[in-house]
Design a protein around this ligand. Sequence first.
Ligand code: MG
Ligand code: MG
Length: 260
Amino acid sequence: MFSRRQQIEIKSGDQLQLMRQAGLVVARTLQQVVGVAAHGVTTGELNEVAHDSLREQGATPSFLGYHGFPAVICTSVNDEVVHGIPGTRILEEGDLLSVDCGAIVDGWHGDAAVSLIVGTGSAAVAELSSVTERALWAGLGMARVGARLSDISHAIEEVVRAAGPFGIVEEYVGHGIGSSMHMSPSIPNFGSPGRGPVLRPGMALAVEPMVTMGSADVGVLSDGWTVVTEDHRWAAHWEHTVAVTEEGPWVLTALDEVRL
Ligand code: MG
Ligand code: MG
């Protein structure tokens, strides 16, 4: 998995500051989308909110037109894992919605995702989202100088496995990020620790566990984008972009200044 020796882009301090600006744009946009996601709202309306937010902040959407993707956010509901296309779907009470957003500022990317329950949902669904978010933060905490890449993967898997019989999606993974949205290295959400590249200052990584309530097997709908669980049980997705710095992991897509 790590056998291809692709270079991992190293950012200067100034470049990381631009990535922080992109990350803040993403964080504010997700905050706005979360604020309006409610019963009766369509996913297409959420996309408009996100598009307006990016425009007002002078940022370019990373997703719009990416390999032909037709929107500025991904909205993935219930058994949809990632890459759902916003449209006419009306959110209903208890739905589990994940919103994924990417923005470009001066050529530098930020990428983050949140999951939320529309109104009040079941305790089991809340636990699924909570486990996925906790797994994300465990992974982010390993984005330290001198750690190995798979230490992040392992930390994520440990949290999920300890929490119960959840599935970890394997076909889709986290990624390096910077002057492009998707760069080397790939970051699986499972695996043994102590493998892969040694993390160095100036690396930036998008860490994004995708966790299901059942089997981890997924497929793609006929729209060519939407990834769904094969057993149609529900899935959560959380993501942050983190920079590896001498001062520790710097969460570039957090609304507040977060250094772990
Ligand atoms: Mg994303
Ligand atoms: Mg990503």
